[in-house]
Design a protein around this ligand. Structure first.
Ligand code: UDP
Length: 539
């Protein structure tokens, strides 16, 4: 890996001529700034002005051509966090003729993905906001391959886990600060700007309290495929573990939000589950060795915190046990619960919370960003100390939240084990866990209805259909059909779940009435197919 740009030879004069004559070309996907990714030919960046530049010529293209709406509020989000006003992307415009009076451009020959990292010092943010979105944005565009160049424009140094970003392509990622080394005017021959938000599952509470995103578009399958890719790049092979080699991992934190009786907790876990129990921590081990251990574990136990993002490396069937300090409600801080619960992640999730205030050690005198409150006025400090639960709040500087979440905890072993016994319905078991099918039924075919009138107040409605086309190629544990019957003009309907391909309804069926009937197939209780075209049935 090298920071040099000259691995792909380009003809400088041809490139300069192309820039002067063609100018910049941009074509984007997405209707809104929040779902937009743009592809550019010859997007330039002026390192002195710290601005991207779009050069207009007769051959320039700018799609969407938003006019001044490009600034309302921006062309696109440069990070994967939705509509964050410090993460907007735009460019300045110049006529290509201005190039004559400007410093000679340096061309970047690689296909480049330009983005902002959101918080490169926090492992959860690194995975959720950067690595996953980068990985799947690269999958979306064929020329963002292993030779692609990543450019991080948020302006920070490498951060705590820069090596993880290096795994995504064979070229050294560039930081904003590096760009000056190349010259005053850099032009990216081919680049993509922005990130797909398709894989993110959590919002951090900038406009409403934090929680799962409203419309999650990713499943465990995509998370696991990404995790496998990362493991491959870290040279971790899924070793063939023996049946009885089940073990528990306690992920410990060494500086803040400590488990104060870790040894006791480890002993309790080992005894309760009759399993070897090991600890890992970011302070003690390189990241790849942590992933190696976690990828074979039956259970991961950890305080709430960024290190829990590594639960994506757990095998199917494993359990995630998240511990919360006193006065912190687990229901309100669920990035790891949401991850574990994604369909197809196949992880069991359990939260334990400390309800015994005396088992908690707080740090009122620390700096505010580590939960200190001594800078607040007396009244506010007293209110915080008296409160038994942090109420819902916005990100990111709520002192009560920071105070509580940075407490250390003595884990009360009896209550901890009780929660585990109650919640772990099935013993964490890896061998028996096969990925569950996610194949949905097709439409039922040839839906028909037949009606008959028995008497002035008695009628029958027979509905029949053929199995969905894809069913004959599948082994499905349970096939059921759902029929909705609505009397025309009414606004309610009756739903029925049926085991066979026809059924005669007589209850609630009136003579000389029109019914609308919908039929769909259901696999294994929760895989719903589409409804067939509505049937219009007159008795
Ligand atoms: N961290 C750590 N050990 C600690 C405290 C933090 O390894 O004792 C790591 C943590 O995993 C995260 C980063 O340092 O990647 C920032 O931690 P912070 O407490 O600010 O964030 P949180 O874990 O609450 O997301």
């Amino acid at each position: 890996q090298s920071q040099e740009l000259s691995q792909v030879r380009i003809d400088y004069h041809a490139a300069l001529l192309a820039l002067q004559e063609q100018g910049t070309r941009m074509v984007c996907t997405g209707k809104m700034h929040t779902d937009r990714v743009c592809r550019f030919d010859y997007l330039c960046y002026c390192t002195e002005a710290e601005e991207f530049v779009f050069f207009h010529s007769n051959a320039s293209v700018m799609l969407p051509n938003l006019g001044p709406r490009r600034f309302q509020p921006a062309l696109l989000d440069l990070s994967s966090v939705e509509d964050h006003n410090t993460q907007y992307f735009n460019f300045l415009e110049l006529p290509a003729a201005a190039l004559r009076y400007m410093p000679k451009p340096v061309f970047v020959p690689d296909v480049t993905l330009i983005l902002n990292r959101f918080n490169a010092d926090n492992l959860m943010h690194i995975f959720h906001d950067d690595l996953l979105p980068i990985f799947y944005t690269m999958q979306q565009y064929m020329d963002l391959d292993d030779e692609a160049r990543l450019v991080f424009m948020e302006g920070w140094g490498e951060g705590a886990h820069f090596d993880l970003y290096r795994l995504l392509s064979s070229k050294q990622p560039l930081l904003k600060d590096h760009l000056r080394n190349f010259g005053k005017l850099m032009c990216f021959t081919k680049s993509y700007v922005g990130l797909s938000k398709m894989t993110t599952w959590y919002q951090y509470g900038f406009v409403q309290p934090q929680g799962p995103k409203a419309n999650i578009l990713v499943s465990g399958n995509e998370i696991r495929q990404f995790a496998l890719f990362m493991m491959e790049r870290l040279n971790i092979t899924k070793d063939q573990r023996s049946e009885d080699d089940n073990y528990i991992v306690v992920f410990s934190r060494a500086s803040t939000r400590l488990i104060l009786n870790e040894a006791e907790l480890i002993l309790a876990l080992a005894q309760e589950f009759k399993m070897r129990t090991v600890t890992v921590s970011l302070e003690d081990q390189p990241f790849d060795s942590i992933v190696r251990v976690i990828s074979g574990a039956s259970m991961l136990v950890s305080m709430h915190g960024a290190q829990l993002i590594t639960s994506m490396f757990l095998p199917r069937g494993a359990a995630v046990i998240e511990l919360f300090p006193f006065a912190v409600n687990p229901e309100q801080y669920t990035p790891y619960k949401t991850l574990a619960s994604l369909p197809g992640m196949d992880l069991q999730y359990v939260a334990w919370r400390n309800t015994i205030e005396e088992n908690s050690v707080a740090y009122p005198d620390r700096p505010w960003d580590q939960g200190g409150i001594s800078h607040l006025d007396k009244e506010e400090q007293e209110r915080i100390l008296a409160s038994k639960e942090v109420s819902r709040h916005l990100c990111c500087r709520n002192p009560e939240w920071l105070f509580r979440i940075y407490q250390d905890t003595v884990v009360d072993i009896p209550s901890f084990l009780e929660v585990l016994r109650e919640s772990l319905k099935i013993k964490p078991n890896l061998k028996k866990t096969r990925p569950v099918s996610t194949v949905h039924p097709g439409r039922v075919r040839e839906p028909k209805c037949q009606t008959s009138v028995q008497a002035t107040n008695e009628a029958k409605l027979t509905v029949s259909w053929q199995i969905p086309w894809n069913l004959k190629y599948l082994k499905v544990r349970e096939v059921k059909y759902e029929v909705w019957i609505q009397e025309q003009g009414e606004n309610t309907y009756m739903p029925y779940i049926l085991p066979h391909q026809n059924y005669t309804f007589s209850e609630n069926i009136k003579p000389f009435t029109t019914y609308l009937v919908w039929v769909r197939c259901i696999f294994n209780k929760n895989l719903l197919g589409p409804f067939a075209d509505v049937l219009i049935c007159k008795t």
